[in-house]
Design a protein around this ligand. Structure first.
Ligand code: GLC
Length: 564
Protein backbone atom coordinates (compact mmCIF):
# COMPACT_ATOMS: atom_id res chain seq x y z
CA UNK A 1 0.00 0.00 0.00
CA UNK A 2 1.38 3.45 -0.79
CA UNK A 3 2.65 5.31 2.25
CA UNK A 4 -0.23 7.71 2.46
CA UNK A 5 -3.01 5.41 1.53
CA UNK A 6 -5.45 4.92 4.31
CA UNK A 7 -8.98 3.91 4.81
CA UNK A 8 -11.25 6.76 5.59
CA UNK A 9 -14.31 6.03 7.58
CA UNK A 10 -17.53 7.55 6.45
CA UNK A 11 -18.88 7.68 9.96
CA UNK A 12 -18.45 9.98 12.87
CA UNK A 13 -18.61 13.34 11.21
CA UNK A 14 -20.97 14.41 13.97
CA UNK A 15 -22.96 16.69 11.73
CA UNK A 16 -26.07 18.57 12.72
CA UNK A 17 -28.60 20.21 10.50
CA UNK A 18 -27.02 23.23 8.88
CA UNK A 19 -29.44 25.87 10.06
CA UNK A 20 -29.50 24.59 13.61
CA UNK A 21 -26.52 26.61 14.74
CA UNK A 22 -27.86 29.98 13.69
CA UNK A 23 -28.89 30.81 17.23
CA UNK A 24 -25.29 30.85 18.41
CA UNK A 25 -24.03 33.06 15.61
CA UNK A 26 -25.81 36.12 16.84
CA UNK A 27 -25.01 35.70 20.49
CA UNK A 28 -21.35 36.27 19.99
CA UNK A 29 -19.75 39.60 19.37
CA UNK A 30 -16.28 40.52 18.36
CA UNK A 31 -13.93 37.66 19.19
CA UNK A 32 -11.06 39.76 20.31
CA UNK A 33 -13.22 41.66 22.73
CA UNK A 34 -14.20 38.42 24.35
CA UNK A 35 -10.73 36.92 24.64
CA UNK A 36 -10.81 37.17 28.42
CA UNK A 37 -14.22 35.66 28.82
CA UNK A 38 -14.88 31.91 28.95
CA UNK A 39 -16.65 30.76 25.82
CA UNK A 40 -16.97 27.87 23.49
CA UNK A 41 -16.66 29.06 19.96
CA UNK A 42 -16.84 32.40 18.27
CA UNK A 43 -18.63 33.11 15.09
CA UNK A 44 -19.12 36.72 14.10
CA UNK A 45 -22.45 38.26 13.58
CA UNK A 46 -23.56 38.32 10.01
CA UNK A 47 -24.32 41.99 9.60
CA UNK A 48 -24.84 41.54 5.92
CA UNK A 49 -28.34 40.21 6.44
CA UNK A 50 -29.36 43.37 8.24
CA UNK A 51 -28.08 45.37 5.34
CA UNK A 52 -29.69 43.31 2.65
CA UNK A 53 -33.19 42.88 3.99
CA UNK A 54 -33.66 45.27 6.88
CA UNK A 55 -34.36 42.47 9.38
CA UNK A 56 -32.12 41.54 12.24
CA UNK A 57 -30.62 38.10 11.61
CA UNK A 58 -32.53 36.70 14.56
CA UNK A 59 -35.82 37.95 13.17
CA UNK A 60 -34.82 36.79 9.76
CA UNK A 61 -34.43 33.15 10.70
CA UNK A 62 -37.11 33.08 13.35
CA UNK A 63 -39.63 30.84 11.69
CA UNK A 64 -40.19 28.44 8.91
CA UNK A 65 -41.51 31.15 6.67
CA UNK A 66 -38.22 32.90 6.83
CA UNK A 67 -36.44 29.67 6.18
CA UNK A 68 -38.50 29.38 3.05
CA UNK A 69 -37.36 32.87 2.21
CA UNK A 70 -33.78 31.71 2.63
CA UNK A 71 -34.44 28.92 0.17
CA UNK A 72 -35.94 31.46 -2.15
CA UNK A 73 -32.66 33.35 -1.99
CA UNK A 74 -30.88 30.21 -3.14
CA UNK A 75 -33.05 29.78 -6.20
CA UNK A 76 -30.89 31.42 -8.75
CA UNK A 77 -27.96 29.10 -8.63
CA UNK A 78 -29.53 25.71 -8.30
CA UNK A 79 -29.29 24.22 -11.75
CA UNK A 80 -29.04 20.60 -10.69
CA UNK A 81 -30.38 20.20 -7.16
CA UNK A 82 -33.59 21.69 -8.35
CA UNK A 83 -34.49 21.78 -11.96
CA UNK A 84 -33.81 25.16 -13.50
CA UNK A 85 -37.39 25.22 -14.69
CA UNK A 86 -38.71 24.49 -11.21
CA UNK A 87 -37.17 27.54 -9.60
CA UNK A 88 -39.07 30.82 -9.52
CA UNK A 89 -36.65 32.77 -11.65
CA UNK A 90 -34.72 29.77 -12.87
CA UNK A 91 -35.39 29.27 -16.55
CA UNK A 92 -35.39 32.91 -17.58
CA UNK A 93 -32.36 33.60 -15.41
CA UNK A 94 -30.34 30.87 -17.03
CA UNK A 95 -31.55 31.81 -20.48
CA UNK A 96 -30.26 35.30 -19.95
CA UNK A 97 -27.09 34.02 -18.30
CA UNK A 98 -25.92 31.15 -20.53
CA UNK A 99 -22.35 31.38 -19.27
CA UNK A 100 -23.53 30.86 -15.69
CA UNK A 101 -25.59 27.85 -16.72
CA UNK A 102 -22.63 26.43 -18.64
CA UNK A 103 -20.35 27.00 -15.64
CA UNK A 104 -22.65 25.14 -13.24
CA UNK A 105 -22.86 22.20 -15.58
CA UNK A 106 -19.10 22.09 -15.97
CA UNK A 107 -18.56 22.42 -12.22
CA UNK A 108 -20.82 19.47 -11.55
CA UNK A 109 -18.90 17.34 -14.04
CA UNK A 110 -15.81 17.79 -11.86
CA UNK A 111 -17.41 16.30 -8.72
CA UNK A 112 -15.54 13.48 -6.99
CA UNK A 113 -17.39 10.89 -4.92
CA UNK A 114 -16.01 8.70 -2.17
CA UNK A 115 -18.20 5.83 -1.07
CA UNK A 116 -21.20 7.57 -2.50
CA UNK A 117 -20.59 10.98 -0.95
CA UNK A 118 -19.31 14.05 -2.82
CA UNK A 119 -15.94 14.99 -1.31
CA UNK A 120 -14.44 17.49 -3.73
CA UNK A 121 -13.86 18.53 -7.33
CA UNK A 122 -10.99 17.45 -9.56
CA UNK A 123 -8.58 20.09 -10.82
CA UNK A 124 -9.54 19.79 -14.50
CA UNK A 125 -11.85 17.68 -16.64
CA UNK A 126 -9.71 17.71 -19.77
CA UNK A 127 -9.34 14.34 -21.46
CA UNK A 128 -7.45 15.71 -24.46
CA UNK A 129 -4.11 15.90 -22.64
CA UNK A 130 -2.15 13.80 -20.20
CA UNK A 131 -3.85 13.98 -16.81
CA UNK A 132 -0.66 14.13 -14.68
CA UNK A 133 -2.27 15.02 -11.34
CA UNK A 134 -5.08 17.19 -12.68
CA UNK A 135 -7.48 14.33 -11.91
CA UNK A 136 -6.92 14.89 -8.20
CA UNK A 137 -8.76 17.08 -5.71
CA UNK A 138 -6.39 19.91 -4.80
CA UNK A 139 -7.03 21.61 -1.49
CA UNK A 140 -6.36 25.13 -2.82
CA UNK A 141 -8.31 24.48 -6.03
CA UNK A 142 -11.33 23.27 -4.10
CA UNK A 143 -11.73 26.56 -2.20
CA UNK A 144 -13.62 28.45 -4.95
CA UNK A 145 -15.70 25.31 -5.66
CA UNK A 146 -16.55 25.13 -1.96
CA UNK A 147 -17.57 28.78 -1.85
CA UNK A 148 -19.79 28.31 -4.90
CA UNK A 149 -21.47 25.29 -3.32
CA UNK A 150 -21.94 27.07 -0.01
CA UNK A 151 -23.48 30.07 -1.75
CA UNK A 152 -25.80 27.67 -3.51
CA UNK A 153 -26.90 26.10 -0.24
CA UNK A 154 -24.99 22.86 -0.88
CA UNK A 155 -23.10 22.50 2.37
CA UNK A 156 -22.60 18.76 2.61
CA UNK A 157 -19.79 18.51 0.06
CA UNK A 158 -17.80 21.16 1.92
CA UNK A 159 -18.23 19.40 5.23
CA UNK A 160 -17.21 16.07 3.67
CA UNK A 161 -14.14 17.65 2.12
CA UNK A 162 -13.06 19.22 5.40
CA UNK A 163 -13.45 15.94 7.29
CA UNK A 164 -11.75 13.77 4.70
CA UNK A 165 -8.73 16.02 4.34
CA UNK A 166 -8.50 16.11 8.11
CA UNK A 167 -8.28 12.33 8.21
CA UNK A 168 -5.54 12.45 5.59
CA UNK A 169 -3.62 14.92 7.72
CA UNK A 170 -3.58 12.50 10.62
CA UNK A 171 -1.79 9.78 8.65
CA UNK A 172 1.96 9.31 8.55
CA UNK A 173 3.66 11.48 5.92
CA UNK A 174 7.05 10.50 4.61
CA UNK A 175 9.17 11.59 1.69
CA UNK A 176 11.95 9.06 1.13
CA UNK A 177 12.93 8.38 4.72
CA UNK A 178 12.06 11.83 6.02
CA UNK A 179 8.95 12.34 8.13
CA UNK A 180 6.96 15.54 7.56
CA UNK A 181 5.43 17.63 10.34
CA UNK A 182 2.24 16.24 11.85
CA UNK A 183 0.16 19.25 10.86
CA UNK A 184 0.96 19.26 7.13
CA UNK A 185 -2.19 19.12 5.00
CA UNK A 186 -2.08 17.42 1.60
CA UNK A 187 -1.67 19.35 -1.63
CA UNK A 188 -4.16 16.99 -3.24
CA UNK A 189 -5.85 13.61 -2.95
CA UNK A 190 -7.53 11.06 -5.13
CA UNK A 191 -9.98 8.20 -4.71
CA UNK A 192 -8.56 4.77 -5.50
CA UNK A 193 -11.08 2.13 -6.51
CA UNK A 194 -10.17 -1.47 -5.79
CA UNK A 195 -12.45 -3.53 -8.05
CA UNK A 196 -11.33 -6.83 -6.49
CA UNK A 197 -12.11 -5.89 -2.90
CA UNK A 198 -14.84 -3.54 -4.06
CA UNK A 199 -13.41 -0.87 -1.84
CA UNK A 200 -12.46 2.78 -2.10
CA UNK A 201 -9.45 4.42 -0.53
CA UNK A 202 -8.25 8.00 -0.39
CA UNK A 203 -4.63 8.61 -1.35
CA UNK A 204 -3.02 11.90 -0.49
CA UNK A 205 -0.05 13.71 -1.95
CA UNK A 206 1.87 15.83 0.53
CA UNK A 207 4.48 16.78 -2.03
CA UNK A 208 6.08 13.35 -2.40
CA UNK A 209 4.58 12.88 -5.87
CA UNK A 210 4.17 16.51 -6.92
CA UNK A 211 6.47 17.87 -9.59
CA UNK A 212 9.35 19.43 -7.66
CA UNK A 213 8.51 17.54 -4.44
CA UNK A 214 7.56 20.59 -2.41
CA UNK A 215 5.04 20.31 0.42
CA UNK A 216 2.20 22.84 0.23
CA UNK A 217 2.34 25.42 2.99
CA UNK A 218 -0.88 27.03 1.80
CA UNK A 219 -3.10 23.92 2.10
CA UNK A 220 -3.40 24.07 5.89
CA UNK A 221 -4.17 27.78 5.79
CA UNK A 222 -6.85 27.32 3.14
CA UNK A 223 -8.31 24.48 5.20
CA UNK A 224 -8.74 26.73 8.25
CA UNK A 225 -10.09 29.58 6.10
CA UNK A 226 -12.62 27.23 4.54
CA UNK A 227 -13.67 25.85 7.92
CA UNK A 228 -14.42 29.38 9.04
CA UNK A 229 -16.29 30.14 5.79
CA UNK A 230 -18.39 27.02 6.32
CA UNK A 231 -19.11 27.92 9.95
CA UNK A 232 -19.92 31.51 9.17
CA UNK A 233 -22.16 30.72 6.24
CA UNK A 234 -24.12 27.83 7.71
CA UNK A 235 -24.12 28.98 11.31
CA UNK A 236 -23.27 25.37 12.13
CA UNK A 237 -20.46 25.55 14.67
CA UNK A 238 -20.67 21.84 15.52
CA UNK A 239 -18.20 20.92 12.79
CA UNK A 240 -15.49 23.29 13.98
CA UNK A 241 -16.15 22.22 17.56
CA UNK A 242 -15.41 18.56 16.86
CA UNK A 243 -12.29 17.45 18.76
CA UNK A 244 -10.68 16.28 15.51
CA UNK A 245 -11.21 19.69 13.88
CA UNK A 246 -9.84 21.47 16.93
CA UNK A 247 -6.81 19.17 16.89
CA UNK A 248 -6.26 19.57 13.16
CA UNK A 249 -6.27 23.33 13.44
CA UNK A 250 -3.80 23.31 16.31
CA UNK A 251 -1.50 20.96 14.45
CA UNK A 252 -1.46 23.26 11.42
CA UNK A 253 -0.75 26.30 13.52
CA UNK A 254 1.82 24.57 15.73
CA UNK A 255 3.94 24.13 12.62
CA UNK A 256 4.00 27.89 12.13
CA UNK A 257 4.04 29.15 15.70
CA UNK A 258 6.94 27.08 16.96
CA UNK A 259 10.00 28.97 18.11
CA UNK A 260 13.21 28.72 16.16
CA UNK A 261 15.94 30.92 14.76
CA UNK A 262 13.55 33.44 13.25
CA UNK A 263 14.08 37.14 13.71
CA UNK A 264 10.89 37.98 11.80
CA UNK A 265 7.25 36.99 12.46
CA UNK A 266 6.84 36.05 8.80
CA UNK A 267 7.05 32.42 7.72
CA UNK A 268 10.17 31.15 5.95
CA UNK A 269 9.24 29.07 2.92
CA UNK A 270 10.66 26.96 0.12
CA UNK A 271 10.07 27.96 -3.50
CA UNK A 272 6.94 26.41 -4.98
CA UNK A 273 5.07 25.78 -1.74
CA UNK A 274 1.79 27.45 -2.72
CA UNK A 275 -0.28 28.25 -5.82
CA UNK A 276 2.97 28.90 -7.66
CA UNK A 277 4.23 25.37 -7.23
CA UNK A 278 7.37 25.52 -9.38
CA UNK A 279 10.61 27.44 -9.02
CA UNK A 280 9.77 31.08 -9.57
CA UNK A 281 12.03 32.79 -7.05
CA UNK A 282 9.29 33.04 -4.42
CA UNK A 283 11.26 31.36 -1.65
CA UNK A 284 11.94 33.23 1.57
CA UNK A 285 8.94 35.21 2.78
CA UNK A 286 6.47 35.23 -0.13
CA UNK A 287 3.51 37.57 0.21
CA UNK A 288 1.02 34.84 -0.72
CA UNK A 289 1.99 32.71 2.27
CA UNK A 290 2.28 35.63 4.68
CA UNK A 291 -1.20 36.90 3.79
CA UNK A 292 -2.74 33.42 4.04
CA UNK A 293 -0.91 32.82 7.31
CA UNK A 294 -2.34 36.04 8.71
CA UNK A 295 -5.86 35.17 7.56
CA UNK A 296 -5.65 31.62 8.90
CA UNK A 297 -4.49 32.91 12.28
CA UNK A 298 -7.45 35.28 12.44
CA UNK A 299 -9.86 32.54 11.42
CA UNK A 300 -8.38 30.20 14.02
CA UNK A 301 -8.96 32.82 16.71
CA UNK A 302 -12.63 32.68 15.83
CA UNK A 303 -12.80 28.91 15.81
CA UNK A 304 -10.52 27.58 18.53
CA UNK A 305 -12.21 26.59 21.75
CA UNK A 306 -10.91 28.25 24.83
CA UNK A 307 -10.27 25.08 26.80
CA UNK A 308 -7.24 24.30 28.96
CA UNK A 309 -4.51 24.84 26.42
CA UNK A 310 -6.72 26.85 24.07
CA UNK A 311 -6.16 30.04 26.03
CA UNK A 312 -2.40 29.78 25.81
CA UNK A 313 -2.67 28.95 22.14
CA UNK A 314 -4.80 31.99 21.53
CA UNK A 315 -2.33 34.25 23.31
CA UNK A 316 0.36 32.98 20.96
CA UNK A 317 -1.87 33.68 17.98
CA UNK A 318 -2.67 37.21 19.13
CA UNK A 319 1.00 38.00 19.71
CA UNK A 320 1.96 36.66 16.33
CA UNK A 321 -0.83 38.57 14.61
CA UNK A 322 0.33 41.83 16.11
CA UNK A 323 3.95 41.29 15.16
CA UNK A 324 3.03 40.03 11.70
CA UNK A 325 0.78 42.94 10.81
CA UNK A 326 3.36 45.43 12.02
CA UNK A 327 6.10 43.74 10.00
CA UNK A 328 4.05 43.41 6.81
CA UNK A 329 2.51 46.87 6.94
CA UNK A 330 5.87 48.48 7.56
CA UNK A 331 8.34 46.52 5.45
CA UNK A 332 6.35 44.92 2.62
CA UNK A 333 4.40 48.04 1.76
CA UNK A 334 5.47 50.03 -1.28
CA UNK A 335 4.05 53.27 -2.61
CA UNK A 336 5.58 56.28 -4.30
CA UNK A 337 6.93 57.73 -1.07
CA UNK A 338 8.36 54.44 0.13
CA UNK A 339 9.91 53.80 -3.27
CA UNK A 340 11.55 57.18 -3.18
CA UNK A 341 12.87 56.48 0.33
CA UNK A 342 14.42 53.18 -0.79
CA UNK A 343 15.90 54.90 -3.84
CA UNK A 344 17.76 57.23 -1.46
CA UNK A 345 18.66 54.58 1.14
CA UNK A 346 22.09 54.55 2.73
CA UNK A 347 23.57 51.09 3.14
CA UNK A 348 25.72 49.32 5.77
CA UNK A 349 23.80 50.88 8.66
CA UNK A 350 24.39 49.15 11.98
CA UNK A 351 22.33 49.07 15.21
CA UNK A 352 18.79 50.01 16.17
CA UNK A 353 18.92 53.40 14.53
CA UNK A 354 19.22 51.89 11.03
CA UNK A 355 16.63 53.13 8.56
CA UNK A 356 17.54 50.60 5.88
CA UNK A 357 17.06 47.65 8.23
CA UNK A 358 17.53 44.89 5.67
CA UNK A 359 20.50 46.56 3.98
CA UNK A 360 18.75 46.79 0.63
CA UNK A 361 20.97 48.18 -2.12
CA UNK A 362 19.19 50.96 -4.03
CA UNK A 363 20.90 49.66 -7.17
CA UNK A 364 18.82 46.50 -6.86
CA UNK A 365 15.65 48.48 -7.65
CA UNK A 366 14.46 47.20 -11.04
CA UNK A 367 13.82 49.78 -13.78
CA UNK A 368 10.21 48.71 -14.34
CA UNK A 369 9.11 49.55 -10.79
CA UNK A 370 9.68 53.30 -11.32
CA UNK A 371 7.21 53.31 -14.23
CA UNK A 372 4.82 50.84 -12.67
CA UNK A 373 4.28 52.81 -9.45
CA UNK A 374 1.39 55.24 -9.93
CA UNK A 375 1.26 58.55 -8.06
CA UNK A 376 -1.76 57.23 -6.18
CA UNK A 377 -1.69 53.63 -5.09
CA UNK A 378 0.56 51.01 -3.62
CA UNK A 379 0.93 47.29 -2.93
CA UNK A 380 2.58 44.66 -0.79
CA UNK A 381 5.71 43.58 -2.60
CA UNK A 382 6.49 39.94 -3.29
CA UNK A 383 9.19 39.32 -0.71
CA UNK A 384 11.48 41.00 1.81
CA UNK A 385 14.69 39.42 3.01
CA UNK A 386 18.24 40.58 3.70
CA UNK A 387 19.60 42.80 0.94
CA UNK A 388 16.85 41.73 -1.38
CA UNK A 389 13.37 42.94 -2.01
CA UNK A 390 11.31 41.22 -4.67
CA UNK A 391 9.33 44.13 -6.08
CA UNK A 392 7.01 41.99 -8.20
CA UNK A 393 3.28 42.48 -7.70
CA UNK A 394 1.44 39.25 -6.81
CA UNK A 395 -2.32 39.11 -7.11
CA UNK A 396 -3.30 36.51 -4.54
CA UNK A 397 -1.28 37.95 -1.66
CA UNK A 398 -2.57 41.47 -2.21
CA UNK A 399 -6.20 40.40 -2.46
CA UNK A 400 -5.95 38.18 0.63
CA UNK A 401 -4.28 41.09 2.46
CA UNK A 402 -7.40 43.14 1.76
CA UNK A 403 -9.82 40.36 2.70
CA UNK A 404 -8.06 39.51 5.95
CA UNK A 405 -7.55 43.17 6.88
CA UNK A 406 -3.82 42.64 6.95
CA UNK A 407 -3.90 45.77 4.81
CA UNK A 408 -5.21 48.84 6.62
CA UNK A 409 -8.25 50.50 5.01
CA UNK A 410 -5.88 53.08 3.49
CA UNK A 411 -3.62 50.37 2.10
CA UNK A 412 -6.59 48.41 0.77
CA UNK A 413 -7.81 51.49 -1.07
CA UNK A 414 -4.31 52.05 -2.42
CA UNK A 415 -4.08 48.47 -3.73
CA UNK A 416 -7.32 49.05 -5.63
CA UNK A 417 -6.09 52.42 -6.89
CA UNK A 418 -3.04 50.67 -8.31
CA UNK A 419 -5.13 47.99 -10.02
CA UNK A 420 -7.22 50.72 -11.63
CA UNK A 421 -4.19 52.75 -12.63
CA UNK A 422 -2.40 49.71 -14.08
CA UNK A 423 -5.43 48.04 -15.59
CA UNK A 424 -3.77 47.27 -18.91
CA UNK A 425 -0.77 45.62 -17.24
CA UNK A 426 -2.67 43.64 -14.58
CA UNK A 427 -5.97 42.86 -16.29
CA UNK A 428 -5.48 43.62 -19.97
CA UNK A 429 -7.83 41.41 -21.95
CA UNK A 430 -8.23 38.64 -19.37
CA UNK A 431 -8.28 38.98 -15.60
CA UNK A 432 -5.94 38.51 -13.86
CA UNK A 433 -2.14 38.45 -13.87
CA UNK A 434 -0.78 36.05 -11.29
CA UNK A 435 2.23 38.34 -10.93
CA UNK A 436 3.72 41.33 -12.67
CA UNK A 437 6.04 41.71 -14.50
CA UNK A 438 7.46 38.62 -16.16
CA UNK A 439 10.99 37.23 -15.86
CA UNK A 440 12.84 37.15 -19.17
CA UNK A 441 16.09 35.89 -20.70
CA UNK A 442 18.94 35.66 -18.22
CA UNK A 443 16.67 36.20 -15.23
CA UNK A 444 14.30 33.49 -16.46
CA UNK A 445 17.24 31.11 -16.88
CA UNK A 446 18.62 31.75 -13.41
CA UNK A 447 15.41 32.06 -11.45
CA UNK A 448 13.20 29.39 -13.03
CA UNK A 449 16.02 27.03 -13.96
CA UNK A 450 15.05 27.38 -17.66
CA UNK A 451 11.51 26.13 -17.00
CA UNK A 452 9.79 25.76 -20.42
CA UNK A 453 6.36 26.02 -18.82
CA UNK A 454 7.20 29.30 -17.13
CA UNK A 455 8.44 31.23 -20.15
CA UNK A 456 7.71 34.96 -20.24
CA UNK A 457 4.09 36.03 -19.83
CA UNK A 458 3.01 32.43 -19.42
CA UNK A 459 1.73 30.23 -16.57
CA UNK A 460 3.24 31.36 -13.25
CA UNK A 461 5.54 33.81 -14.96
CA UNK A 462 3.14 36.67 -15.66
CA UNK A 463 0.33 34.50 -17.04
CA UNK A 464 -3.34 35.50 -16.54
CA UNK A 465 -5.38 33.20 -14.29
CA UNK A 466 -9.18 33.44 -14.47
CA UNK A 467 -9.52 31.83 -11.02
CA UNK A 468 -8.16 35.01 -9.46
CA UNK A 469 -11.31 36.87 -10.42
CA UNK A 470 -13.13 35.70 -7.29
CA UNK A 471 -10.44 37.19 -5.10
CA UNK A 472 -10.47 40.43 -7.07
CA UNK A 473 -14.26 40.62 -6.86
CA UNK A 474 -14.23 40.04 -3.12
CA UNK A 475 -11.55 42.70 -2.67
CA UNK A 476 -13.55 45.11 -4.86
CA UNK A 477 -16.70 44.61 -2.82
CA UNK A 478 -14.84 45.00 0.45
CA UNK A 479 -13.29 48.28 -0.69
CA UNK A 480 -16.56 49.55 -2.11
CA UNK A 481 -15.56 49.35 -5.78
CA UNK A 482 -17.89 46.81 -7.35
CA UNK A 483 -17.62 48.55 -10.71
CA UNK A 484 -14.02 47.31 -11.06
CA UNK A 485 -15.17 43.73 -10.50
CA UNK A 486 -18.01 44.21 -12.98
CA UNK A 487 -15.57 45.32 -15.64
CA UNK A 488 -13.30 42.35 -15.01
CA UNK A 489 -16.16 39.86 -14.99
CA UNK A 490 -17.45 41.19 -18.31
CA UNK A 491 -14.04 40.61 -19.84
CA UNK A 492 -13.84 37.07 -18.50
CA UNK A 493 -17.41 36.31 -19.50
CA UNK A 494 -16.80 37.24 -23.11
CA UNK A 495 -14.24 34.46 -23.52
CA UNK A 496 -14.11 31.87 -20.76
CA UNK A 497 -16.95 29.63 -21.82
CA UNK A 498 -16.11 29.93 -25.53
CA UNK A 499 -12.52 29.00 -24.77
CA UNK A 500 -13.66 26.06 -22.62
CA UNK A 501 -12.57 27.48 -19.28
CA UNK A 502 -8.78 27.46 -19.64
CA UNK A 503 -6.49 27.22 -16.65
CA UNK A 504 -4.53 30.33 -17.72
CA UNK A 505 -3.92 32.72 -20.57
CA UNK A 506 -0.61 33.87 -22.03
CA UNK A 507 0.78 37.14 -23.31
CA UNK A 508 1.32 40.61 -22.03
CA UNK A 509 -2.42 41.32 -22.25
CA UNK A 510 -3.62 37.77 -21.64
CA UNK A 511 -4.92 37.45 -25.20
CA UNK A 512 -3.92 33.86 -25.85
CA UNK A 513 -5.10 30.62 -24.31
CA UNK A 514 -2.11 29.35 -22.32
CA UNK A 515 0.46 27.20 -24.10
CA UNK A 516 -0.08 24.18 -21.88
CA UNK A 517 -3.29 25.34 -20.19
CA UNK A 518 -5.76 22.62 -19.28
CA UNK A 519 -9.31 23.16 -20.53
CA UNK A 520 -12.29 22.87 -18.18
CA UNK A 521 -10.07 23.85 -15.30
CA UNK A 522 -12.38 23.64 -12.31
CA UNK A 523 -11.19 26.66 -10.39
CA UNK A 524 -11.52 28.85 -13.49
CA UNK A 525 -15.16 27.77 -13.59
CA UNK A 526 -15.82 28.05 -9.86
CA UNK A 527 -13.90 31.32 -9.58
CA UNK A 528 -16.18 32.86 -12.18
CA UNK A 529 -19.33 31.59 -10.44
CA UNK A 530 -18.20 32.87 -7.05
CA UNK A 531 -17.42 36.28 -8.54
CA UNK A 532 -20.85 36.43 -10.21
CA UNK A 533 -22.75 35.36 -7.12
CA UNK A 534 -20.84 37.66 -4.83
CA UNK A 535 -21.45 40.65 -7.03
CA UNK A 536 -25.12 39.82 -7.21
CA UNK A 537 -25.41 39.29 -3.46
CA UNK A 538 -22.56 41.09 -1.69
CA UNK A 539 -23.62 39.63 1.67
CA UNK A 540 -21.66 36.52 0.60
CA UNK A 541 -18.50 38.52 1.19
CA UNK A 542 -18.76 37.80 4.93
CA UNK A 543 -17.66 34.23 4.32
CA UNK A 544 -14.19 35.18 3.24
CA UNK A 545 -13.67 38.61 4.71
CA UNK A 546 -12.50 39.58 8.17
CA UNK A 547 -12.67 42.99 9.74
CA UNK A 548 -9.75 44.63 11.46
CA UNK A 549 -10.01 43.92 15.15
CA UNK A 550 -10.29 46.95 17.31
CA UNK A 551 -8.18 45.73 20.20
CA UNK A 552 -4.95 45.19 18.36
CA UNK A 553 -5.36 48.15 16.04
CA UNK A 554 -3.85 50.74 18.33
CA UNK A 555 -0.84 48.53 18.97
CA UNK A 556 0.17 48.53 15.36
CA UNK A 557 2.50 51.37 14.69
CA UNK A 558 1.71 52.94 11.38
CA UNK A 559 4.32 53.57 8.77
CA UNK A 560 4.48 57.19 7.70
CA UNK A 561 4.30 56.39 4.02
CA UNK A 562 0.74 55.14 3.93
CA UNK A 563 -0.90 57.36 6.50
CA UNK A 564 0.18 60.55 4.79
C1 GLC B 1 -0.85 23.88 -11.05
C2 GLC B 1 -0.96 25.17 -10.25
C3 GLC B 1 -1.44 24.87 -8.85
C4 GLC B 1 -2.76 24.10 -8.91
C5 GLC B 1 -2.60 22.84 -9.76
C6 GLC B 1 -3.91 22.13 -9.97
O1 GLC B 1 0.15 23.07 -10.55
O2 GLC B 1 0.27 25.81 -10.20
O3 GLC B 1 -1.60 26.06 -8.14
O4 GLC B 1 -3.16 23.78 -7.63
O5 GLC B 1 -2.09 23.19 -11.03
O6 GLC B 1 -4.79 22.95 -10.66
Amino acid sequence: MPLNAMDISQNGNGSRSTLEGFGSIFEIEDILRSLDRPRTINVERNRSFEVSNGLSPRQFFRDAENQAHLEHLEYVYSPSRRSILDSPRGSSYFESQPVVADAWEALRRSLVYFRGQPVGTIAAVDNSVEKVNYDQVFVRDFVPSALAFLMNGEHEIVKNFLLKTLRLQSGEKKIDQFKLGEGVMPASFKVLHDPVRNNETLIADFGESAIGRVAPVDSGFWWIILLRAYTKHTGDSSLAELPECQKGMRLILSLCLSEGFDTFPTLLCADGCSMIDRRMGVYGYPIEIQALFFMALKCALLLIKQDDDGKEFMDRIVNRLQALSFHMRSYFWLDLKQLNDIYRYKTEEYSHTAVNKFNVMPDSLPDWVFDFMPSRGGYFIGNVSPARMDFRWFCLGNCVAILSSLATPEQSAAIMDLIEARWEELVGEMPLKICYPTLERHQWRIVTGCDPKNTRWSYHNGGSWPVLIWLLTAACIKTGRPQIARRAIELAESRLSKDHWPEYYDGKLGRYVGKQARKFQTWSIAGYLVAKMMLEDPSHLGMISLEEDKQTKHLIKRSASWTS
